[in-house]
Design a protein around this ligand. Structure first.
Ligand code: SAH
Length: 362
């Protein structure tokens, strides 16, 4: 089978898929995402959303949607920060795209905890294209890396698909398909001439989703914010990885028990969106994005009312999210906007930081 079919089964097989039932997040799980590191992440995205909503002409109602919301931590922090603009909260109709029932239940609980904000009505969908029509703000953090990729190897015969087969012991092994691609149109032009033995990844599912998002934003006013780990330019290299208990794991050994992902090719996403004539901004690094949004001021203001231990936590979260040797450089931020909207906040040379109050999560 192709690497894409392997990933799709390993992650979403209805009985044995990694994402079918479990909650993989947090200390007791397999990996920790940025919203779980600090409330600052979701709060500043909240500020970004409020400003984007104003750029859209403050539509009421509008769809506030998230792809793969995990425990809905980001969304809860976003909504709490958006209290500064009551019109935004009353206009927002929340729609979540999620397949995992365990996480759906956690999302329901997280959001009912902040029901004090008002009547928050949430609807769940299986796919992006099930979202209702209307003005849209869309968030996706660590969602695109879960989408299946195909891999191709440059051989003397041409570009051949890297596949997965059974070895003598009944385990899995990588093999290269005997027949090359009839045409190398699928391979990005930047890497088409790569040396023999080079491996290239094609995020076909990610590009198809990006095309759907862009098509939607061409017709309905709105903006999408995509944050993930990945590379700015399409390049050769194998980024398929598996993670379990906060450590790398062999990709083929325990399908269904480990998170299998790949780095996102932001260059390919940009190209897919631009082909639909929408405005593409970025990618910029996560560190630059949150610095421009005012994360340092936010950290200082949270630290004012904090205990010594909490101060240490805030400082280490700031470093984890923004330092180039942590999440700051590998993680990138891409915005897709309907044609004609003002430039997205915090993504240009002239963006302003934004100050929030000193309130904590409680
Ligand atoms: N955004 C969250 C969680 C990231 S983990 C955070 O930052 O904490 C990936 C999330 O995407 C999980 O909620 C997972 O269940 C969901 N997911 C993965 N593949 C999906 C798919 N094809 N369709 C819908 N949800 C998916």
């Amino acid at each position: 089978m192709s690497v894409a079919d392997f990933m799709a089964s390993a992650l979403h097989h209805p009985l044995y898929g990694y994402y079918s039932k479990r909650d993989p997040l947090g200390r007791g799980g397999d990996f920790t995402t940025a919203p779980e590191v600090s409330q600052m992440f979701g709060e500043l995205i909240g500020v970004w959303c409020v400003q984007s909503w104003r750029h859209m002409g403050a539509p009421d109602p509008f769809i506030l949607a998230e792809l793969g919301p995990g425990r809905a931590t980001l969304l809860a922090d976003l909504l709490r920060a958006a209290k500064v603009e009551p019109g935004f909260l009353s206009a927002a109709r929340i729609h979540l795209v999620e397949l995992n029932d365990t996480l759906k239940e956690k999302q329901r609980r997280t959001l009912s905890d902040i029901a004090a904000l008002g009547d928050i009505n949430v609807e769940w969908h299986d796919h992006f294209h099930d979202l209702p029509a209307g003005p849209l703000l869309l968030i996706a953090n660590e969602f695109f890396d879960c989408l299946p990729i195909r891999q191709f190897v440059r051989t003397a015969r041409g570009w051949c698909e890297r596949c997965i087969d059974i070895n003598r012991e009944g385990g899995f092994r990588f093999v290269v398909a005997p027949d090359p691609l009839a045409s190398d149109r699928l391979i990005p032009s930047a890497v088409r001439g790569a040396a023999q033995g080079s491996l290239v990844e094609i995020g076909a599912a990610a590009m198809a989703l990006m095309t759907d998002i862009a098509l939607r934003l061409r017709h309905d006013p709105g903006r999408a914010l995509i944050i993930d780990y990945g590379h700015q330019q399409s390049a050769v290299g194998d980024t398929l990885q598996a993670v379990k208990n906060h450590a790398y794991h062999d990709v083929l050994s325990d399908p269904g028990e480990v998170d299998v992902t790949a780095h996102v090719d932001f260059d390919a996403l940009r190209r897919a969106a631009l082909a639909q004539h929408v405005t593409v901004t970025g990618p910029i690094s996560q560190g630059d994005f949150f610095t421009a949004l005012g994360i340092h001021a936010r950290a200082e203001s949270l630290a004012k009312n904090a205990t010594a231990l909490e101060k240490t936590d805030i400082a280490s979260a700031l470093k984890r999210l923004c330092a180039p040797d942590q999440m700051g450089a590998l993680f990138k931020v891409l915005a897709i906007s309907s044609p004609g909207l003002a430039a997205p906040p915090a993504m240009g040379a002239h963006s302003q930081g934004v100050l929030l109050g000193t309130h904590d999560r409680s």
